[in-house]
Ligand binder design. Structure first.
Ligand code: C5P
Length: 217
């Protein structure tokens, strides 16, 4: 059996990792999973059920019952959903409930691209290609602010920056699967890069990883 070529793309909010993952998937003909959507869905559905997202048992029950058709909801892309996602993502039970779905997605024939916070460290530590995409908090806040504005959400830039800083601290400081670069991940700082430049750099990193992987098979 051939091992799947898995590309792990991790990094903080609005670093460009989603765009990079989508481009890589399109160019290489691989399916892409935005794992942030899983946590967003759990956060939003927990709140919609009238439960407390900070309650591990309530959020874990929602995560255990989650189905892929619940990930298409445009309500998952809002600023509030990002905050709810980060709150439920601290619970070990929620993370455990979402593990099998992510690993099954990653192990499909040919491979897959997964973007998130713990793909290279916890979900697919064996992935032959790992990127950790970053940018300064200010640049990420500007990107997120423009994106939210494009979606019709009116919000002050300073509030978006405060969200990003708070989310970085929560995601990086939690006990279970904190956001961090895997020791063998290649760092891609997109602060000074356009989308095209970031996508080109990511492609080069993945091509180099693929060449090494082919030789090791
Ligand atoms: O990437 P996105 O902004 O959609 O992620 C929303 C939140 O979901 C993150 O801030 C993080 O708390 C959580 N998350 C996670 N692990 C992942 C993906 C997302 O903890 N693999």
């Amino acid at each position: 059996m051939t091992r799947p070529f898995i590309i792990a793309v991790d990094g903080p909010a609005a670093s460009g990792k989603g765009t990079v993952a989508t481009r890589l998937g399109r160019e290489l003909g691989l399916p892409v999973l935005d794992t942030g959507l899983l946590y967003r869905a759990v956060g939003v559905l927990t709140e919609r059920a009238g439960e407390d997202p900070d309650d591990p048992a309530a959020a874990t029950a929602v995560a255990s019952a989650l189905s892929p058709d619940q990930l298409d909801d445009p309500g998952l892309r809002t600023r509030a959903a990002g905050e709810l996602a980060s709150r439920v993502a601290v619970h070990a039970g929620v993370r455990a409930a979402l593990l099998a779905f992510q690993r099954t997605f990653a192990s499909q024939d040919g491979g897959a691209v997964l973007d998130g916070r713990d793909i290279g460290t916890v979900i697919c530590p064996e992935a032959p290609a790992k990127l950790y995409v970053t940018a300064t908090a200010e640049v990420r806040a500007e990107r997120r602010w423009k994106q939210l504005k494009g979606q019709g959400e009116t919000v002050a830039f300073d509030d978006v920056l405060a969200d990003i800083i708070k989310r970085d601290a929560r995601d990086g400081g939690r006990d279970t699967a904190p956001m961090q670069a895997a020791p063998d991940a290649v760092l891609l700082d997109t602060t000074e890069m356009s989308i095209e430049q970031a996508a080109d750099a990511a492609r080069r990193i993945v091509e180099a990883a693929r060449a090494l992987w082919e030789r090791s098979r």
